[in-house]
Design a protein around this ligand. Structure first.
Ligand code: ACO
Length: 401
């Protein structure tokens, strides 16, 4: 019988790092984070500058290609994305297979994975042209698919994309208008939507991005890889936190109930959702922009006195001055104010993570592309520390007690 301990002693040494708290899995030129200083750069550009001055589509170009586009490059990119917004007519039938009350994230996991069945050419990942087309298709079709998931959830007819509208105008129109309606975008809300997409566009090797890279490392179809990322994002510790953060604020309800809720966090009954981050041990720079966006949106829709905003602001103040949170370096993350903002934009909580997935698609596919184009790329294959039974001899069924 093999002595497993002896085998381990003789085998190659490898690190044991549960949760990958200190393991870099790749090199990347896309996103830089300094968690202690609260810095986030995309291709070198600070997130607050991009959120203030850029557009989501321009940030998509930046993440995918490495530099901001000039006017001609942007026009060509905008045209390409616009040309790919439609989904195959057969694709709509896919939605009808889901129950009406299906969580839109469940639909997203299935529907985006199903794109692999419509674009066989994308499986040829060794062809650089195919990698680019797959990236463009994903960025272009995500708003259409996300809006269809929303409309299906609401029991309303689908609204087709319109080429003359901007990326975010088009998305809001597909969500909030009815077919053939003369819908006018609200510029403040459209800009807020675009900024929210920018804030979620990429965040280096988080759980869902690492999932996309790991799935892609086997050479899998890019649409299937992005579906894997969506599945990972859904969890409440990751993208699902925005939905949970809003539920938490609603559960607290009023400012006077905050101390009791905070005590429950300290007693480890539950966590403060929208707080804490694996990398940021300082204020998440996205949370600052999100807080400002939240105020702008609430003012525009006439909800500046939203009781949940009051609870959020007071909760933040209390937590930032409480030794429990200070010692653990727990600050609001991007999800803390996003739920209130998205609700004011008209989205139900079930859609919050879908919007995150829509925006993060460009980060996922840029990281996937970077990985495939990296000559040192290998299939991802972590090791483990085996803690099971020692090696033992097989006993026939009739001899077992
Ligand atoms: N509320 C209360 N305590 C917390 C929280 C929180 N939100 N987050 C971490 N802690 C505490 C832990 O209890 C632990 O305390 P201890 O050392 O006394 O045991 C300490 O802080 C460290 O926590 P870990 O779980 O080790 O931190 P980790 O880096 O693994 O977790 C995570 C990061 C998952 C984001 C965590 O902070 C969390 O659960 N936050 C709430 C969910 C959330 O907002 N997620 C969104 C993340 S951002 C994004 O995906 C866009």
């Amino acid at each position: 019988v093999v002595d497993i301990r002896k085998l381990y002693a003789e085998s190659d040494v490898f690190t044991y790092d549960p949760g990958f708290t200190s393991t870099a899995s790749c090199e990347s030129k896309i996103t830089f984070i300094d968690g202690d200083k609260g810095i986030l750069l995309h291709r070198g550009y600070p997130i607050d500058q991009l959120a203030e001055k850029s557009t989501f589509l321009e940030v998509c170009y930046l993440l995918l290609n490495g530099d901001l586009p000039n006017a001609k490059e942007f026009e060509a990119f905008d045209n390409t994305i616009t040309n790919h917004t439609m989904v195959h007519d057969q694709f709509d039938r896919f939605f009808n297979g889901f129950r009406r009350d299906a969580h839109p994230m469940a639909i997203m996991v299935g529907a985006v994975g199903a794109l692999s069945a419509f674009y066989y050419d994308s499986a040829n990942i060794d062809d650089p042209q195919q990698r680019i087309i797959s990236s463009h298709r994903l960025i272009a079709k995500m708003p259409t698919i996300a809006a269809r998931a929303f409309k299906y959830f609401r029991g309303q007819p689908f609204v087709y994309p319109r080429n003359e509208l901007s990326y975010s105008e088009n998305f809001l129109r597909m969500c909030f208008s009815v077919p053939a309606e003369d819908w006018k975008p609200n510029p403040v809300l459209t800009r807020a939507m675009d900024r929210i997409f920018i804030l979620h566009a990429d965040h280096e090797q988080n759980a869902s991005t690492s999932t996309v890279r790991l799935a892609g490392s086997s050479g899998a179809n890019p649409f299937a890889c992005i579906a894997a990322g969506i599945a990972c994002l859904w969890g409440p510790s990751h993208g699902g936190a925005n939905e949970e953060a809003l539920n938490m604020l609603a559960e607290i309800g009023t400012v006077d109930r905050i101390p009791e809720y905070v005590q429950g966090v300290k007693d480890r009954k539950y966590r403060l959702m929208g707080f804490g981050h694996r990398v940021y041990k300082n204020y998440d720079p996205r949370a600052k922009v999100m807080q400002q966006t939240c105020h702008e949106v609430l003012a525009e829709v006439g909800h500046s006195d939203d009781p949940l905003l009051k609870v959020a602001m007071e909760l933040e103040k209390i937590a930032l001055n409480d030794p429990y949170f200070v010692e653990r370096k727990l600050y609001p993350n991007v999800d803390f104010y996003s739920g209130i903002t998205l609700r004011a934009l008209g989205f139900p909580p079930e859609m919050f993570t879908v919007l995150f997935a829509l925006a993060r698609t460009v980060g996922w596919i840029s990281q996937w592309k970077e990985m495939i184009e990296d000559p040192s790329q290998k299939i991802g294959r972590p090791r483990q520390i085996y803690t099971g039974a020692a090696a033992r001899d097989y006993v026939p069924l009739d001899k077992r007690g």
